[in-house]
Design a protein around this ligand. Structure first.
Ligand code: TMP
Ligand code: ZN
Length: 413
């Protein structure tokens, strides 16, 4: 008898509904920012895998976590924990101020304003603004800075409500927020409603080309539903009668891209869009082949890192993690690096201290504890802040402390 044909349902692209190709499966993962108060607490796990759409070129998570599980009254990611990021957002605000100069009663909207690290500069200048921030605790921090915040998710409905109350926006911006929103088609529809004819939307997120080149797979976690490129963002914009007009690379979060989007389909497109898309095509990010080596490279980094950690432990060395980043949740849980290797993770974020890392239950300790404890090795989870951290830890390193980094390969320095 012929065996019955089992039909496996294909996963569909969240943008264009075409079948997507799976690039990599990471298995069961806890919520990246789901720090727990005690180790008996029940944790939520989901399947982390990432896919590629061969039609609209969007790289995306296959299964996603309900937004309210991630962005709620106790969101642990506070933007103002790094001096370099504070500088970055100050420059972003300066760019906005230049863009709106000479406009009558300009209006600036920031999606995902977090604690107001950027929008504070706009509010300080008395410019009409609103931050759209679904996480209550960080929205409250922004309000304390005198920022006008609406505590909700951005979509067509909230876009209409903002227009009714304040009118259309001259600038809409968002940092590390667009890639979080699964229903991105609704966001782009909302932008079409909210943006003035001569207005501009710009947003930045970790850049797919950097992730693939560096194998920085730790950028892949529940909050990052999309891994944008010029290839995918240009198509996404076009679907909504918008145009990707410019791309400017940002040296933050391990390599981010800022995408500038204007209304209509006839605006002038900067050479940089063509240049970045050519580089992406050179890396074959428009074909599934471009992603085939990724999995092997990820596994090699994990194996190399574990071998280094094991050697240190066998030699009697002690290792602390540095920076309880969301990113580290993917690395630790996928590579199986837990308390056997890492005693604790040092972090400066008050809400993370004395909690436990998701999945691995490694305790989070204050930076003061790290300095007092002075372990021989620090595994640098906040690798995107390396320059700032090396400067801060000059004494630690001078006294013999060593940092371990792992992208694009494992290094002790
Ligand atoms: P991020 O990489 O997503 O920005 O998260 C950085 C994390 O690292 C955040 O929890 C704060 C922490 N951190 C430190 O503990 N010390 C530092 O010097 C810096 C820059 C960050
Ligand atoms: Zn698609």
């Amino acid at each position: 008898m012929p065996s019955p044909i089992i039909e496996v349902p294909m996963d569909k692209c969240k943008i264009c509904n075409h079948d997507i190709e799976i690039v990599m499966r990471f298995g069961k993962m806890p919520i990246a920012n789901g720090f727990i108060c005690n180790i008996d607490e029940e944790e939520f796990f989901y399947d982390l895998s990432v896919g590629f759409c061969p039609v609209c070129f969007m790289v995306q998570l296959i299964s996603t976590v309900a937004p309210k599980k991630m962005f709620n009254e106790s969101y642990h990611f506070i933007s103002s924990t790094s001096l370099a990021m504070a500088e970055h957002f100050k420059r972003t605000a300066e760019e906005i101020i230049v863009r709106i100069a000479g406009r009558k009663s300009p209006f600036v909207v920031e999606l995902g304003c977090n604690d107001g690290i950027m929008l504070g500069h706009i509010a300080d200048k008395g410019i009409m603004h609103i931050g759209v921030e679904p996480s209550v605790n960080v929205a409250d921090l922004a309000r304390k800075r005198g920022i006008n915040v609406t505590n909700e998710f951005f979509d067509v409905k909230s876009a209409k409500a903002i227009v009714n109350k304040y009118g259309q926006a001259d600038v809409i911006c968002g940092s590390n927020v667009m890639c979080h929103i699964e229903d991105i088609n609704s966001v782009f529809q909302g932008i079409d409603i909210l943006l003035k004819e001569n207005g501009i939307l710009f947003f930045e997120d970790p850049y797919l080309l950097d992730i693939v080149k560096k194998t920085s797979f730790d950028q892949i976690y529940d909050e990052h539903v999309y891994y944008f490129s010029g290839l995918s963002v240009s198509r996404l914009a076009k679907r909504h009668n918008l145009t990707l007009a410019n791309m400017i690379h940002q040296d933050v979060h391990g390599g981010s891209m800022r995408y500038y989007i204007i209304k209509g389909s006839v605006g002038s497109i900067s050479e940089s869009v063509k240049d970045f898309i050519s580089q992406e095509e050179l890396m074959k990010l428009n074909k599934v082949e471009g992603y085939l080596k990724f999995k092997n490279k990820v596994n090699k980094i994990c194996n190399d890192l574990k071998a280094v950690l094991l050697r240190i432990k066998q030699e009697g060395g002690r290792i602390a993690g540095y920076g309880a980043t969301s990113k580290s949740t993917t690395l630790l849980n996928y590579a199986g690096i837990g308390l056997k290797f890492i005693d604790y993770i040092s972090d400066t974020t008050p809400t993370k201290i004395d909690k436990y890392a998701p999945g691995t239950h490694i305790p989070i300790k204050s930076h003061e504890f790290f300095t007092f404890d002075n372990p021989q090795y620090a595994l640098l989870f906040a690798w995107n802040h390396k320059a700032e951290i090396f400067k801060k830890e000059e004494i630690y390193r001078r006294k013999g402390g060593r940092f371990i980094t792992y992208f694009p390969k494992v290094i002790i320095e």
